[in-house]
Design a protein around this ligand. Sequence first.
Ligand code: ATP
Ligand code: MG
Length: 168
Amino acid sequence: QTIDLDGFVAQIIDLTEQYNDSHPINYESPAVSVAVCVDENRLKQVILNLIDNAMKYSESGQTINLRVDQQGENAVLAVRDRGIGIPLSQQTRIFERFYRVDEARSSFATGGTGLGLSIVKTLVEGMGGTITVSSQLGEGTTFTVSFPIVSESVDRATQRQVATRKWQ
Ligand code: ATP
Ligand code: MG
């Protein structure tokens, strides 16, 4: 499906507002919409997982920042928290299945299986995107998800071609 990433993220934030009253969410969207070709259900899972982590690993009351913007050929979603952060040495490992950073930190969070991010990475890459993390211990963490921008007019042209071919 082709969807506007910025509008979709806004919808997901509305959805989380129904059960989240611990962390305010701040959302910055681009002036011009960015269209991407993704599966809505999978993308929803990705965004909800990242928001869930951001909340779990930061004090309640701390604002979570989401931003969508265009960077060259890509539409980029950044999810930033001001939480406990992830040590540099572990930043590549968090995408592994069942990997959780230091159980001692679980006093902070309510536990988990360590599967969230491995699923997120699989889903993002399955849709042709990439995910990266940048984090500073004690300062916070940003996950950045990126998808190629598709132009809707190109899509329509392709559809027309397909339709034309049918009758040849
Ligand atoms: P699950 O998502 O399966 O309920 P989980 O949150 O522990 O469990 P992941 O989402 O895969 O598992 O995250 C792996 C680990 O990465 C977490 O245990 C946590 O230590 C660290 N982590 C993930 N997101 C953040 C974040 N925003 N801030 C700090 N640490 C994080
Ligand atoms: Mg998680």
